[in-house]
Design a binder for this molecule. Structure first.
Ligand SMILES: Nc1ncnc2c1ncn2[C@@H]1O[C@H](COP(=O)(O)OP(=O)(O)OP(=O)(O)O)[C@@H](O)[C@H]1O
Length: 243
């Protein structure tokens, strides 16, 4: 199987803080990979490295054999941000947000053509948000907000999709819908990386998972990652007491 996301020895420092420390991992095409680690373990920095938004001080990142910034600018990477990272008061409708996934196809005039309208329509149907298309994005539930950004990635035709905590602030039904969508996108050939604190969601969601603590501690099946002795590597021994 071809490698979709490749990090080799990636080290990222913010001043004195070492956010990633020689992180090395390859994720194969068409896989759903969970990303697990405590707060501050470098998950967002790993996403930013894959999107080409931070340049490693050391090491290299490739996304489908391309430089990450080039892969992102050509629409190859979709991103579902953490809710805190979005200004939900912005006067954009659900359709507008999904349409931003088509900007790469539009040229500088950003005038939507029929193919763009069709791609947005189909993406909204797929995430079951057609009836909310004209709603301002702040007037959505937590799960609908996440699904709006998943639809943007679908409209974009992203080959790699990154989801940052997609289950936080989301009800059980939306969690099931997002899990189904992620699995479907991977069956269609996309590679999906999902950071989550919701460890119970991992076995249904992911084919494999990464345990991160600035470096990759373990890259294995969800079942292996969830073994208490492995979780203790990333979360400390108090995770055992909570079992
Ligand atoms: N722009 C920045 N400037 C300085 N330090 C930063 C910056 N961004 C992140 N850090 C630090 O780098 C480390 C890794 O942060 P990062 O956000 O990647 O972790 P995370 O696993 O995503 O955390 P969380 O689960 O809390 O979102 C943390 O110690 C954080 O405080």
């Amino acid at each position: 199987m071809a490698t979709a996301i490749s990090l080799h020895d990636v080290t990222v420092r913010y001043g004195e803080v070492q956010a990633l420390d020689h992180a090395t991992v390859d994720i194969a095409s068409g896989r759903v990979c969970g990303l697990v680690g405590m707060n501050g373990s470098g998950k967002s920095t790993l996403f930013k490295s894959i999107m080409g938004l931070v340049r490693p001080d050391f090491g290299s990142v490739l996304v489908n054999s391309k430089n990450p910034a080039i892969a992102r600018k050509s629409g190859g990477i979709g991103y579902v941000p953490q809710s805190e990272d979005v200004d939900w008061s912005f006067p954009l409708s659900v359709r507008d947000v999904v349409m931003t996934g088509r900007y790469g196809n539009m040229g500088f005039t950003r005038r939507a053509r029929t193919a763009d309208e069709t791609a947005v329509h189909e993406a909204l149907e797929r995430v079951e948000l057609t009836q909310y298309a004209d709603r301002q994005i702040g007037q959505l539930s937590g799960g609908q907000k996440k699904r709006t950004f998943v639809a943007r990635g679908i409209a974009q035709g992203a080959k790699v999709l990154l989801l940052d905590e997609p289950f936080s602030g989301v009800d059980k039904r939306s969690e099931a819908t997002i899990t189904r969508l992620v699995r479907e996108l991977a069956s269609d050939g996309a590679t999906v990386l999902v950071s989550t604190h919701d460890l119970h969601a991992l076995p249904d969601l992911a084919d494999e998972a990464i345990l991160l603590m600035r470096r990759v501690l373990l890259h294995a099946s969800p079942q292996e990652i969830l073994r208490p002795e492995n979780l203790a590597l990333a979360f400390g021994l108090n995770v055992l007491a909570r079992q």
